[in-house]
Design a protein around this ligand. Structure first.
Ligand code: TYD
Ligand code: MG
Length: 455
């Protein structure tokens, strides 16, 4: 018999190599390349004749199609992140760091769905039935009709969920534990995970059950091992948050049936996750408005406004090279703002340590936070507190100009709702609400901002 040709697959990014190497060319990771059987799990294998193709009917784009049928959990933060509930026949990947609360979230979702009369199967590959039950008791979900199984073998799982009445939703926790008889590689390898996920997706498409797949994320923020899984599923949700803080964000990064920039916000308590319908109140909770160096940023998460405090500490350094430390924001953006302050406003920070923190363990990704960061820095350096009832947003360019950002009206509306009566925003912002303009201060450029804060 001919020798089966094997291939070498990077477990981090899925790049296929002809020979083993210590470092993957694709992603630059070390020790991630593993030998695998290329035909594993594809049902073929050498020596088997290819099946004769079958013609499928071609159709037009204009045909009638009903809306994606959804099942709602009634947990509105979860429904919001999925774009209005889980879609029947689709597969959703829920990724996140170990211990962040994925199993907790899905157990609560499962219980809520089963209370609404849906048939839910929860397959745990990581915990024994007793452990899952214990968690369910703590969450007050033990009285629901969620069906449990502790299983990792793909064929056994498929046989289990195919038996009896079709489930409305199946949860696989997690894909890293799946293994199939048809793939030769060890459990947890790219081939095993891909084979298992493919089988689960096929089941969902054939039966119309919704499939939720849990995946752990590596430190780089990729779903562990197979990034390929992200391409296979219909939607990808990340469950993120800081372990040191209570709040958690369920972020949509891909969705074939809905918007991709939605977030659901939760708070972890001893009784599981609690919905947070107004995230701004959470992030502004412990605010000390009288201290210098704090500015409230009016940010957006998708369609949702989020107000959060940016804190800066600028202090004379005792070191040869001053320290720059950032939590919750991009450090290269901080360097840029410091350079612009120095070049265009004469603010010298070369002999100062600069610390920047976003309150509540929240992470800002918008460039619109530039103006809030600059305000916090200038406020701390000058030792002058900013007005407590003012929010800040706007992008700063290298020339020192303050550029307009999107969704001005929503940002201002949220600020008003939470009792802020002033705002510093870019000049020429579109959609500033009429009649209230006198309280919104338009900032042309960074020197203008510095003059207003430091006088
Ligand atoms: P878990 O859902 O097991 O995380 P994952 O599935 O993402 O690995 O959550 C584990 C953490 O959540 C654990 O550190 C304990 C905490 N937790 C609570 O604080 N309250 C609770 O009611 C539950 C069930 C868990
Ligand atoms: Mg878990």
């Amino acid at each position: 018999m001919a020798k089966t040709k094997t291939q070498f697959v990077c477990q981090n990014c899925g790049t296929v190599h002809n020979r083993w190497a210590g470092r993957c060319d694709g992603c630059g990771e070390w020790n991630t390349i593993v030998e695998e059987d290329p035909m594993g799990g594809i049902g073929g294998g050498p020596g088997r004749a290819p099946k004769k193709g079958r013609a499928v009917a071609l159709t037009t784009l204009s045909g009638e199609t009903e809306h994606a049928p959804r099942i709602h959990t009634g947990i509105s933060e979860l429904d919001r992140a999925t774009g209005g509930g889980f879609v029947r026949g689709s597969a959703v990947l829920v990724g996140g760091d170990p211990g962040i609360g994925k199993s907790t979230l899905l157990m609560q979702g499962a219980a809520a769905l089963s209370r609404r009369g849906h048939r839910i199967v929860y397959v745990s590959g990581e915990e024994a039935v007793a452990q899952v039950r214990l968690r369910a008791q703590r969450l007050g979900a033990a009285d629901s009709d969620v069906l449990l199984a502790a299983e990792t073998n793909v064929e056994d799982i498929l046989a289990t969920i195919s038996e009896g009445k079709r489930p409305d939703l199946v949860i696989i926790d997690s894909i890293q534990t799946l293994w199939s008889d048809t793939a030769d590689s060890a459990p947890g390898t790219v081939t095993q995970v891909r084979t298992g996920v493919q089988a689960m997706i096929r089941f969902a498409k054939q039966t119309g059950s919704a499939m939720v797949l849990v995946g752990h994320v590596t430190k780089e923020g990729q779903i562990a091992g197979p990034r390929v899984v992200e391409h296979m599923v219909d939607a990808v949700l990340y469950f993120e948050g800081d372990r040191g803080h209570h709040y958690r964000i369920l972020r949509t990064v891909k969705n074939r049936f809905g918007p991709t920039d939605e977030i659901g916000v939760f708070e972890m308590s001893d009784k599981g996750l609690r919905e947070v319908s107004n995230p701004s109140e959470l992030f502004l909770g412990e605010r000390n408005a009288k201290a210098p160096g704090a500015a409230v940023f009016a940010g957006m998460e998708g369609t949702r406004p989020v107000l959060v405090e940016v804190q800066a500490l600028v202090a004379p350094t005792s070191l040869g090279t001053p320290r720059r430390a950032v939590v919750g924001w991009d450090s290269s953006r901080l360097s840029m703002i410091l350079a612009v302050l120095e070049a265009h406003c004469g603010v010298r920070l070369g002999q100062h340590d600069v610390y920047l923190n976003v309150a509540g363990g929240y992470r800002i990704s918008e460039p619109a936070a530039d103006l809030a960061v600059a305000s916090a820095l200038v406020s701390s350096l000058a030792g002058l507190a900013l007005p407590a009832d003012c929010v800040y947003f706007g992008e700063i360019s290298l020339s020192g100009a303050v550029r307009p950002v999107s969704q001005t009206a929503q940002r201002l509306k949220e600020a008003e709702k939470l009792g802020f009566s002033g705002a510093m925003l870019p000049a020429a912002s579109a959609e500033v609400p009429k009649g209230t303009a006198s309280r919104w201060t338009e900032i042309d450029d960074l020197p203008d901002l510095v003059a207003r804060i430091a006088g």
